[in-house]
Design a protein around this ligand. Structure first.
Ligand code: UGA
Length: 476
């Protein structure tokens, strides 16, 4: 099928590349001419695993890049809208990009097409798209509007697309629903997974073909998207709140997570406490969902509590740093991680960026390392007070403490002896619980984490034990 994907950001680009991978002819559209020119030349604007391989495979073959929206719409049977829906100051989603694309699509319609919202949008958006398209002269019999939310996580977006837990297609007519079914057929009939030439992308553990498709109305699909993100964020705030109780009573949140997560009704995924959720989705989508509920007469106060707990988590982390270091002014801090989570260069709503900004305000000197997000961080962090390092070890060299703010997998395997030798003081404040406290103690660290007791250097730690005990003596 010929597909147009409007918007070549994280969602649009991954969707375009994956639609090409499962056999469709795709035009990826963006109004940023520079971005399109770079994509045409094979440059990849985002850090996303396996995306470079897919773009290389399909570019100039099944996948084209263009700024010509009208031309792409005329050629295509399905137009996916994957443009940004940022938050307004009131917390609802700014749908002006969705509206202007819908109007442009309306003017270009020449035969039956489906117009599919892929961006995260509030309930009723598909009704609005239909209304503005009709007002702009698109004949009612020549289009249907559908909602096909994505459940891609940044960093594993390609895997999530090709090996999904479910595909949700919201449509109000059988004709539209059939087109969506046809688009996803290679995944839902399993034929894609039998293709010898499919991209070499690892199949997630426990995933078995074929993919499951859930067909709903457009409104249900819109709610499914917001409710899924809201539920996941609730899970994170819940476990952060439990971690805080664990800290108060001296319990270990990891043991608690094992205990509750092994109940199959609860499950152990998304139960990692830390510095709070961030990213371009959860913070924005929770506010938008709460706003939609309010507009429709329901006070979704649970979501307000989830947001409050999340905000407090950053402040709690800063208190931990103070507990570890006493005063902050003039302290040299190694910061590992700037992205909102591991596996991405995205720093939108990143807890790490907010924490670094607060530490700078307190007069700290930051030595930051991130495998992918440094360039983006430079654009938002003050030029003064932050130096960007090329490895965790150069960041740690001579620092008063090391802070772990992002769960990059590489940060969980640091050479601890080396780290202890180069830090001015053997202090680690781990906002992602990447290490075992007992092991850190044995390696001679004063180790602070989330929801678990702080540990002192163990007996075998020698010189750093004395040093660290002296430091902890100040704060006891
Ligand atoms: C999220 C959803 O997981 C996707 O299903 C959805 O498609 C996407 O939003 C979207 O709406 O586009 P993403 O924002 O890429 O995906 O990241 P997640 O992996 O969900 O993580 C979100 C935040 O929660 C990160 O800051 C992460 O560090 C944090 N998190 C996650 C925790 O603090 N603890 C956890 O156990 C899991």
């Amino acid at each position: 099928m010929q597909i147009a994907v409007v918007g070549s950001g994280y969602v649009g680009l991954v969707a375009a590349a994956c639609f090409a991978e499962i056999g469709h002819d795709v035009i990826s559209i963006d109004n940023d001419a520079q971005k399109i020119a770079r994509l045409q030349q094979g440059e990849i604007p985002i850090h996303e695993e396996y995306l470079p391989e897919l773009l290389k495979r399909h570019r100039d073959n099944r996948l084209m890049f263009s700024t010509d929206l009208v031309g792409a719409v005329r050629q295509s049977s399905a137009i996916f809208i994957a443009v940004g829906t940022p938050s307004t100051v009131e917390g609802d989603a700014d749908l002006s990009y969705v509206e202007s694309v819908s109007r442009a699509v309306a003017g270009a319609i020449n035969d039956y097409k489906i117009v599919v919202e892929k961006s995260t949008v509030p309930v009723f958006t598909s009704n609005w798209i239909r209304k503005v398209m009709l007002l702009d002269g698109a004949p009612a019999e020549l289009f249907d509007v559908a909602s096909n939310p994505e459940f891609l996580r940044e960093g594993t977006a390609v895997i999530d697309f090709l090996y999904p837990d479910r595909i949700v297609t919201g449509a109000n007519t059988a004709r539209c629903s059939d087109v969506l079914r046809e688009i996803y057929r290679p995944l839902t009939d399993g034929s894609y997974y039998l293709r010898p030439d499919r991209a070499a992308i690892p199949v997630p553990a426990k995933w078995a073909p074929p993919a499951r498709l859930i067909a709903t109305s457009t409104k249900s699909a819109e709610i499914i998207k917001h409710a899924s993100n809201a539920f996941l964020a609730t899970k994170i705030s819940f476990i952060n709140a439990v971690a805080n109780i664990c800290e108060s009573v001296g319990a270990d949140v990891k043991e608690v997570c094992d205990g509750i997560g092994s109940d199959s009704r609860i499950g152990n995924r998304f139960l990692n406490p830390g510095v709070g959720y961030g990213g371009s989705c959860f913070p924005k989508d929770l506010k938008a969902f709460r706003h939609v509920a309010r507009e429709n007469g329901y006070d979704f106060s649970l979501l307000s509590a989830v947001i409050t707990i999340n905000d407090e988590q950053r402040a709690r982390f800063l208190r931990k740093v103070r507990t570890a270091l006493w005063t902050l002014k003039g302290k040299k801090l190694a910061v590992l991680g700037l992205a909102f989570k591991g596996g991405t260069d995205d720093i939108r709503e990143s807890p790490a960026i907010e924490i670094v900004k607060s530490l700078l305000k307190e007069g700290c000197e930051i030595r930051a390392y991130d495998p992918a997000a440094i360039e983006r961080a430079r654009e938002v962090l003050p030029a003064h007070g932050v130096s960007y390092m090329d490895s965790p070890y150069t960041a740690a060299q001579g620092a008063d403490a090391l802070l772990i703010l992002t769960d990059w997998s590489g940060f969980a395997n640091l050479e601890l002896e080396r780290l202890r030798a180069i830090l001015a003081y053997p202090i680690i404040v781990d906002g992602r619980n990447l290490y075992d406290p007992a092991a850190m103690s044995n390696h001679g660290f004063l180790y602070y984490s989330i929801g678990r007791p702080d540990v002192q250097p163990g007996r075998s730690a020698g010189k750093s034990e004395k040093m660290a005990t002296a430091i902890s003596g100040k704060v006891d």
